[in-house]
Design a protein around this ligand. Structure first.
Ligand code: IPT
Length: 483
């Protein structure tokens, strides 16, 4: 009797298990399959930063140049009021979640007391040679909840080992110092500038060091470090990612950089690797601080343009804030960063499409509901059935609404899917007018933003084409800029 009961219980459990198994499989089966190259976990974390601060500070700040030769004495290096907490205060207020500090630029001067060279802060008058800016920077970042990252210039004009096999040891030693002793480092920057004597075998060794010591560290790779790049250069230093801007690219375009500036800028739809663009640009004309540029700090309108041309083009904005000779980010730069944040938050606070009644042509059904596009949630999305690579999605706004910004996000974890899209609007629900700025677009990726002349509409319609796989849309948003 007892055994019978047990057997019956067991068989019920087995049936239940089998049911759960079938259900899970059916559910998983229903999820759109990834298409083409897809991002890794580091790249997904990187995308979510949206803006990263670049901090160029070093001997160049005191020499008054941008590309020092590494010949001046460390005696010249003497910030009078250096305060990394001031930097992180500025960044935190501006909502910038990650900062890349230039530990060593091409002049070879090290902002930390490296064991491997005398050309560093340890031979400067600053703090009587007892200081370590990488320490102060990483401590300040930790205290402010900002992700610390470093630029360790591969090119080195000071060190005699540059261009010899010994340089590989030198650089590996410095990399270990930076990646072992300062807590989590979220990105390492391998500038391609002047890096022509650096070979892929060298980078292979250094990349091993990075992966071993800091598995979550994003690598900005250029030229011969192409195989290790999590993100690529965008082909200019003026803050402009292409339209379209695919995250996919042929890695050889990164290796042979100068002949492929256009590919770096726009990506390649059929590229074999997933290496999105990081858009490096300075808030001032130069990378390093020069007093004569105090009147040339980018205006809020210019920063707003940069935001749309980088974050709004499926890329991450790497915006440089160079501290001055005191070792502080000037007030004017801080105020501009602040205004940019206010503009971003003010614009994207309310999605005017939230609550819309949505009609689509080829809904996949199940948990891939159309309403997911306007729910503001990270995990949910809309997809069509696998059989259809096009859709027309109509958002009935319920009443006339005015907007001048559009946002689209696709599920980039599943690869680039959308290859064409346009947005139209209607005021009577019957006839449609194209929004010129949002017509004939191509890529979406993690995020695509468009500004347009103000549009007042009761309905908005997204027409979408996907090349190789059904579209999977995470967000559709319409917004009004706050002025
Ligand atoms: C340019 C490098 O060639 C490229 O690899 C990348 O590192 C880029 O800088 C970063 O801005 S050189 C520059 C003078 C255009």
């Amino acid at each position: 009797m007892r055994i019978e009961k047990l057997v019956s219980k067991l068989s019920t459990s087995l049936t239940l298990l089998a049911f759960i198994g079938t259900f899970t499989a059916a559910h998983a089966q229903n999820a759109p399959a990834p298409s083409g190259p897809i991002p890794n976990a580091r790249q997904m974390e990187w995308y979510h930063r949206e803006i990263i601060a670049f901090i160029h500070f070093g001997m160049n700040t005191f020499e008054g140049v941008n590309e020092g030769e590494g010949k001046v004495s460390p005696a010249l290096f003497n910030p009078t009021a250096l305060d990394c907490n001031q930097w992180t205060g500025v960044l935190k207020k501006a909502g910038i979640p990650c900062a890349i500090f230039v530990a060593k630029h091409a002049d070879g001067f090290c902002n930390w007391p490296s064991y491997y060279t005398n050309y560093s802060v340890k031979n400067s008058p600053w703090k009587n040679g007892q200081g370590d800016i990488v320490r102060e920077f990483t401590d300040a970042c930790r205290a402010a909840g900002i992700k610390a990252a470093v630029y360790l210039g591969p090119h080195d004009r000071h060190d005699a080992r540059y261009g010899t096999p010994l340089y590989a040891d030198y650089y590996a030693g410095q990399l270990s110092e930076l990646l072992r002793n300062y807590g989590p480092i979220w990105e390492i920057w391998w500038d391609g500038a002047g890096a022509d004597k650096l070979t892929t075998p060298m980078y292979t060794r250094w990349a091993d060091t990075v992966r071993k010591l800091q598995p979550g560290c994003v690598i900005f790779g250029t030229k011969n470090s192409y195989q290790f790049a999590d993100c690529r250069w965008v082909g200019n230093e003026s803050g402009i990612a292409g339209d379209p801007c695919w995250s996919t690219i042929d890695p050889s375009s990164i290796r042979e950089e100068s002949a492929h500036i256009n590919e770096l800028n726009k990506g390649e739809i059929d590229g074999t690797a997933f290496i999105p663009a990081e858009v490096d640009v300075s808030i001032r004309p130069s990378w390093f601080y020069h007093p004569e540029e105090d009147a040339k700090v980018k205006t809020v309108a210019e920063l707003w343009d940069l935001y749309f041309n980088s974050v709004g083009h499926n890329s991450v904005l790497l915006l440089n804030f160079p501290p001055d000779q005191r070792g502080l980010i000037p007030d004017i730069d801080a105020r501009r960063a602040d205004s940019l944040r206010q503009l971003i938050n003010g614009t994207f606070r309310t999605n005017l499409a939230a609550g819309a009644t949505i009609k689509t042509q080829h809904p996949r059904g199940g948990k891939y509901a159309a309403a997911n596009m306007v729910d503001g949630l990270e995990q949910t999305y809309y997809a069509t059935t696998d059989a259809f690579h096009t859709d027309t999605i109509t958002f009935n706004l319920g009443r006339a609404k005015t907007f001048d910004v559009l946002m689209l996000q696709e599920v980039i974890e599943l690869g680039h899917r959308t290859t064409g899209w346009s947005v139209d609007y209607s005021t009577n629900g019957k006839t449609w007018t194209p929004i010129p700025e949002a017509t004939g677009k191509q890529s979406i990726g993690y995020k695509w933003l468009v500004r347009c002349k103000p549009v007042t509409a009761t309905k908005v319609r997204l027409r979408i084409t996907a090349g190789k796989a059904c579209p999977a849309i995470h967000t559709f948003g319409i917004y009004r800029q706050p002025y």
